[in-house]
Design a protein around this ligand. Structure first.
Ligand SMILES: Nc1nc2c(c(=O)[nH]1)N[C@H]1C(S)=C(S)[C@@H](COP(=O)(O)OP(=O)(O)OC[C@H]3O[C@@H](n4cnc5c(=O)[nH]c(N)nc54)[C@H](O)[C@@H]3O)O[C@H]1N2
Ligand SMILES: Nc1nc2c(c(=O)[nH]1)N[C@H]1C(S)=C(S)[C@@H](COP(=O)(O)OP(=O)(O)OC[C@H]3O[C@@H](n4cnc5c(=O)[nH]c(N)nc54)[C@H](O)[C@@H]3O)O[C@H]1N2
Ligand SMILES: [Mo]
Length: 641
């Protein structure tokens, strides 16, 4: 067998617009005039079959203008971003419980709490800045627990690691809930005052004894009991979760099961206690806040509310469609049936990041017209009719971004962008002008002030104040006050008229992963991240490092022995959808029967050829965290160094 070249692909920045007359031809460089004319023609002829992917790496101002383009210029709410593949279940679950999709607490509070639960989150690798706050919390005396099928680098810092089976989070949460109730540790006063559905919840969790949970989750009953008691007895506690919870076909149910634990104990709405879904890309929180999602207008205001629509219709001089648009997942489905024909893809790489990527590529190829606006020539851009080179939201553009604690912060242009790359906002406005809408924004601050005028939660955040306070958390309705660092303090009000709607318990049932393991596909594959690479590898592809070894399939020492493979040896990895070849890495973080891969090197190993497009019906997020695979040793072993 040929020894393959395993040097991970590097990307160079896009410096000029690229066009072509047909997808069989190579790209040629074009002037901005020609590229924008072509893009406007291609989009203009598909006004009734259009979708936009907006960029969670770019600024709030850019996302505001992008969603306005979709809604005003193209007349559609079909706008979405990578939030769909990521934390849409967190937003849906938190909204259902509290009426707002934001994480409820702040990073500062993580340092001043007694118990931190990291549930399905490898923050040591994926949120290293946040993890510094966790470490300070631990130094200040907090106990940290990790609930993750792998003994991750995060788990190394934990008081106790709970290595549960993939997709058994609801049994684990329900057993904790049951134990809290039985031990008399539930906060009855809070439950009575602030929640609804407790009796139904109590009945729902009743069958989940510690021993049944041990059988289903694989976590010893004593460890589950310890976590239940630590969380419930703590004066202040923070429950943090990420994709180990959300990237499942029932991600929103998983989120609801965790929120239930905070309702049971009153660990929400007070300083030091809260719920933290650590968001993914640097501005995925802000993108959603700016309305780059199919169901909300800027300021997370519901499209179905007639008064809200009226406000935006008069501000934008337009008519807003009175129904939700298609989310990213639904847009891909609409490509299949031909009802979506044109896509304007800004700073997303779905040809690599979607589950079942071969299907995603086939659907993108079937489009009548695809414009990609990016900083690199991605695999998605390679499928486009027109490619528009943008400046990076980071260090090349002025504006703001919003992090997981809802803090809006200024970012500034510090570096000159390469070649003819232009700012995202300017490109979108030039396209809007060609399609009949002449918007004038002198700078990012002008965009921001327009957003402030339509979003009460952002009204109080002038650029001047953002500077003065080194960022401000939303909500910030007034220009002369700063709100508490946490949300939902109202739940603790004794006066019912000030308390607002009760928070309902989520009555959710265990539902195992869709892609079942069996004799043919006996190994559970979960996918995620490593410290040294970023998402589809486009932006982290430009450096050389001994850490950056390319993709591996990580196996437990027991499985490596069972299959007779050693580190560096290649195996074929197959699922019910596709197959890839990857070298083996042996890692004690894994238990027998569990394998791990990333999506960082799709040019060498396209992990998403294996994953399943089994989507959460509420949020549209795919079950990236649970595929069934088999591995086969290749006939002639190839060892790579
Ligand atoms: N270095 C680096 N940092 C990143 C990124 C990156 O690519 N590289 N990407 C960013 C983005 S977009 C995001 S969304 C975040 C994601 O941040 P994380 O969600 O923390 O990252 P993942 O590694 O995808 O998944 C987290 C953990 O879920 C666990 N898990 C898998 N299945 C289950 C399950 O059934 N139950 C439970 N409880 N856990 C499970 C995995 O073992 C894994 O350790 O990271 C952001 N930060
Ligand atoms: N198997 C598996 N697949 C997954 C996941 C998983 O855990 N496992 N996780 C999912 C998750 S959480 C996510 S978020 C997605 C990530 O999926 P994507 O968002 O599709 O992947 P990224 O590599 O982050 O792509 C971001 C793109 O934005 C471009 N970009 C950066 N800054 C700017 C800017 O300012 N302007 C413009 N115009 N472009 C810019 C970059 O060059 C890059 O091409 O992958 C999902 N896919
Ligand atoms: Mo993400």
């Amino acid at each position: 067998m040929r020894k393959r070249d395993r040097t991970p692909k590097t990307y160079t920045r896009l410096t000029h617009p690229l066009v072509r007359d047909s997808r069989d031809e190579p790209f040629r460089q074009a002037t901005w005039e020609e590229a924008l004319d072509r893009a406007a023609r291609g989009l203009g002829r598909n006004r009734d079959a259009f979708g936009m992917f907006s960029c969670a790496r770019a600024t709030n101002e850019m996302n505001y203008v992008a969603q306005k383009f979709a809604r005003v210029v193209m007349g559609t709410n079909n706008v979405d971003s990578c939030n769909r593949t990521c934390h849409a279940p967190s937003v849906a679950g938190l909204s259902a419980a509290f009426g707002s999709g934001g994480g409820t607490s702040s990073y500062e509070e993580i340092e001043h709490t007694d118990v931190i639960v990291m549930w399905g989150s490898n923050a040591r690798f994926a949120h290293p800045i946040f993890f510094q706050h966790v470490l300070k919390g631990i130094r200040n005396g907090a106990r940290m627990y990790a609930v993750d099928p792998r003994r991750t680098s995060t788990a190394e810092w934990a008081e106790s690691w709970m290595g549960l089976n993939v997709g058994t989070d609801i049994p684990m949460a329900h057993a904790i809930g049951r134990e809290i109730i039985l031990a008399g540790l539930a906060n009855e006063a809070f439950i009575e005052r602030a929640t609804s559905g407790f009796e139904e919840y109590k009945a729902l969790v009743e069958p989940w004894t510690l021993s049944l949970a041990e059988k289903v989750t694989g976590v010893p009953a004593a460890a589950i009991r310890e976590l239940a008691h630590a969380y419930a007895r703590a004066e202040r506690a923070q429950l943090c979760w990420t994709l180990g919870i959300t990237e499942h076909h029932n991600g929103t149910d998983n989120v609801r099961a965790l929120i239930n634990l905070s309702l049971l104990t009153g660990h929400v709405g007070r300083y030091g206690s809260g719920l933290q879904p650590l968001r993914g890309q640097n501005n995925v929180q802000g993108g959603g806040d700016m309305g780059a999602i199919p169901n909300r207008l800027p300021g997370f205001q519901d499209i179905l509310d007639p008064d809200t629509r009226l406000k935006f219709e008069s501000a934008w001089d337009t008519v807003i469609q009175p129904h939700y648009g298609l989310n990213l997942t639904e847009m891909f489905e609409a490509m299949e049936d031909g009802s979506l024909k044109a896509v304007y893809c800004i700073g997303e790489n779905p040809a690599q990041s979607e589950a079942d990527s071969e299907q995603a590529v086939r659907r993108l190829k079937a489009l009548d017209f695809l414009v990609v606006q990016d900083i690199f020539l991605t695999k998605t851009a390679e499928l486009a009719d027109v490619v528009l080179p943008a400046t990076a939201g980071w260090a090349e553009t002025d504006g703001t971004t919003t992090n997981s604690e809802r803090r809006v912060q200024r970012v500034r242009k510090a570096v000159t962008p390469p070649g003819e790359a232009r700012e995202d906002i300017d490109i979108i406005c030039d396209l809007a002008a060609r399609l009949g809408h002449d918007w004038k924004y002198a700078d990012a601050e002008t965009v921001w002030n327009e957003l402030r005028s339509v979003s009460p939660d952002h009204y109080g955040m002038t650029y001047e104040r953002l500077e003065e306070h080194q960022g401000i958390q939303w909500p910030c309705p007034s220009t002369d006050a700063i709100e508490p660092t946490y949300l939902h303090g109202r739940l603790w009000e004794t006066d019912p008229s000030r308390r607002g709607p009760l928070a309902p318990f989520g009555l959710v049932q265990h539902d195992p992963p869709v892609d079942l393991t069996d004799d043919r596909y006996p190994i559970r594959l979960t996918t995620g991240r490593r410290l040294d690479s970023y998402n589809t590898g486009v932006q982290s592809g430009g450096y050389a490092s001994p850490l950056r070894r390319g993709e591996f399939i990580e196996l437990s020492p027991e499985d490596a022995e069972r299959y007779g493979v050693v580190v560096g040896e290649h195996v074929q990895v197959s699922s019910r959808r596709g197959a890839v070849t990857a070298p083996v890495w042996v890692d004690t973080a894994l238990r027998p029967g569990l394998a791990f891969m990333t999506m960082h090197f799709p040019d060498e190993v396209d992990t998403n050829a294996l994953t399943i497009e089994a989507n959460c019906p509420i949020a549209g997020t795919a079950e990236f965290k649970a595929s069934a695979i088999r591995i086969e040793k290749l006939p002639i072993a190839t060892i790579v160094g």
